[in-house]
Write a protein that binds this ligand. Structure first.
Ligand code: SAM
Ligand code: SF4
Length: 337
């Protein structure tokens, strides 16, 4: 293997976020507007062969060990099961996971597990169908719950649940969401809302902070921090709940405090958009065009070298909330969340 994806600040990227599509069947208010977005024209998307080749380069030459499929909604990509099977056949085999809204997971969980998917992260912000509809602008709560159950049945454990809390909409649900997850053996992580929505509606003053979430949880649960050693490069800070996973009724909860307690110094990620652009950070303002190289006939080492060079441009920190912070042109669903 050649050199890994090192940056100028001593970090090495081993975790690839791979967007399969910018399209989505939900319209979460913190992510995109009601009318959706101008989707990428299909010819601009990487084909299955192109994305498998790029991941092959990433694992074979660049030291990537973990690949998370995301979007948009990755499960609406045609041929997703075949893509997972081809990625699972790469050597060294990467760990494969998907971040999904789960609307199609009931049908796909078993075939995906069979194809080699190791884990799922499901986004679920509410236990109440009406609040879910307000947040996602779609009436698909029951399908999401059925999808989560199907993932657990298919053996993709632990099922992880991601929740974004919005003030006055679902922030009162934090303890109920945690209780629901503990009862089912799911691992819950709250994500602070970030300024990465297409409609630029983020307002720091309105954001529900990690501290607020923890205060709400502490009113009903006994929380003990797990500390930095456990956190490692993972973005979530985690807490043992009511004695931890070994105790009856206990478990674990995470909070991804990208705004109030950013984890940039330990970041181990690189990103590839559905149209084949490398991004070094969700909040990067530059992209490196690997699709152009691919379609121009470049060999694997040339593409690998372009990826390494891109990583040298990775900034020390995303700088959300700092003076001069500018939201990137692409929004979360177009980058790959
Ligand atoms: N559609 C899939 C889903 O919702 O899980 C995958 C893509 S989505 C962009 C990935 C994650 O980003 C979801 O957990 C979603 O809640 C989160 N997300 C979207 N917009 C966000 C924002 N403005 N701030 C924080 N998290 C956000
Ligand atoms: Fe779709 Fe995920 Fe964005 Fe919601 S957060 S609109 S499910 S891409």
């Amino acid at each position: 293997m050649g050199t890994a994806l090192n940056d100028r600040f001593g970090r090495t990227a081993t975790d690839l976020r791979l967007s399969l599509t910018d399209r989505c069947d939900l319209r979460c208010t913190y992510c995109m507007p009601a009318e959706g977005l101008p989707w990428l024209p299909r010819p601009e998307l990487l084909t299955d062969d192109e994305l498998v080749r790029l991941v092959d380069i990433a694992v074979g030459r660049l030291g990537v060990r973990e690949v998370r499929l995301t979007g948009g909604e990755p499960l609406i990509r045609q041929g997703i099961v075949g893509i997972v099977a081809r990625l699972a056949a790469l050597r060294p085999r990467p760990t494969l996971s998907v971040t999904t809204n789960a609307t199609a997971l009931e049908r796909l969980a078993a075939p995906l597990a069979e194809a080699g998917l190791d884990r799922v992260n499901v986004s679920l912000d509410s236990l109440d169908p009406l609040t879910f509809k307000t947040l996602t602008r779609r009436d698909k709560h029951a399908r999401v719950l059925a999808g989560i159950e199907a993932a657990a049945r298919a053996g993709m454990r632990p099922v992880k649940i991601n929740s974004v809390l919005m003030r006055g909409v679902n922030d009162h649900e934090a303890p109920a969401l945690l209780r629901w997850c503990l009862e089912r053996g799911y691992e819950l992580r709250f994500i602070e809302q970030m300024p990465i929505d297409a409609q630029h509606g983020w307002d720091r003053a309105q954001m529900v902070t990690a501290q607020e979430i923890l205060d709400r949880l502490a009113a009903e649960f006994r929380l003990e921090p797990e500390g930095e050693a456990v956190r490692g490069a993972a973005p979530a800070e985690t807490w043992l709940v009511d004695g931890g996973p070994g105790a009856p009724g206990g478990g674990r909860v995470g909070v991804i405090a990208s705004v109030t307690r950013p984890f940039c110094a330990a970041c181990d990620r690189t990103r590839l958009t559905a149209d084949g652009q490398v991004r070094t950070c969700l909040f990067a303002r530059e992209e490196t065009d690997l699709r152009g190289l691919l379609r121009g006939g470049a060999d694997d080492e040339t593409i690998a070298q372009a990826w390494r060079t891109a990583m040298l441009g990775k900034k020390a920190a995303a700088g959300i909330g700092e003076p001069g912070f500018v939201q990137p042109q692409r929004s979360m669903s177009a980058i790959g969340g």
